[in-house]
Design a protein around this ligand. Structure first.
Ligand code: BTN
Length: 231
């Protein structure tokens, strides 16, 4: 699938996800990208800090996804973000289930997928050139940016293009086992003792529908929503 054949760019917007959710006849693969957001949204009603010109803030409208692809979309987008960062910044990146992108225990990006009956909106926020004072305070997994991690600044279009290219491949790939292996290789806390959903056990991996697999004393539990706590 070709992404971003249709693009809308905004210097400032409330939220690219909100815009995409309201754009009812957006074509498949449409990209909404902004230089800044005044009401950037994260998961669980959180705010996504989006100062001008230093980060990537965008949403894609995706139609006709198979149900199993929809279910694991956050992770597939997370993998594309990780691969783009690895390629552009040459640092290693972890995916924290279900939607965080981390490097060295710090959050550099997040994914917010929202669905309507006929489409899914996949929103990505990625911190590129933020200085410390432009980042939000986070008690656990403090925020960071590629600039702070590497000492270099990054061209937003170059990172966006790398990310879209990775995601196009990811969405075309029918080879879920290989894709899952790439996600699991970057899965934060794999093998660690965690609490997620109602389960406490060892973080084992990812199920076919993107669920987190936790190995407990009573067997493997599939967790489909919520956060993971690490001990
Ligand atoms: C999270 O980590 O909770 C997800 C953050 C997602 C932020 C992006 S920025 C572009 C898009 N528009 C939004 O309002 N949110 C997403």
């Amino acid at each position: 699938m070709r992404l971003a054949q249709t693009r809308r760019h905004f210097d400032e917007i409330d939220s690219t996800n909100t815009y995409a959710m309201n754009w009812t006849d957006a074509p498949d693969g449409a990209l909404i990208v902004a230089d800044s957001q005044t009401q950037g949204r994260g998961r669980l009603g959180r705010h996504w800090t989006s100062p001008p010109d230093v980060g990537l803030y965008f949403s894609l409208v995706l139609r006709d996804l198979a149900p199993e692809v929809k279910a694991r979309l956050s992770l597939v987008v997370g993998l594309a973000v990780a691969q783009a960062v690895e390629e552009c910044a040459e640092i290693s990146v972890q995916i924290k289930w279900p939607n965080d992108v981390l490097t060295r225990d710090r959050k550099i990006g997040g994914i917010l997928c929202e669905a309507t009956p006929d489409r899914v909106v996949a929103g990505v926020g990625l911190n590129l050139n933020q200085r410390e004072e432009q980042l939000p305070e986070r008690p656990i997994f403090p925020a960071s940016s590629l600039l702070l991690q590497t000492g270099r600044s990054f061209d937003r279009d170059a990172v966006l293009n790398a990310l879209l290219a990775s995601l196009e491949l990811g969405l075309e790939s029918a080879d879920w086992p290989t894709q899952r292996a790439h996600i699991e290789a970057r899965l934060y806390g794999r093998g660690d003792l965690v609490h997620a959903g109602n389960a406490t056990g060892l973080l084992q991996g990812i199920g076919d529908d993107g669920a987190l697999l936790v190995r407990t004393a009573d067997g493997v539990v599939e967790v489909r929503s919520g956060e993971v706590e690490f001990f």
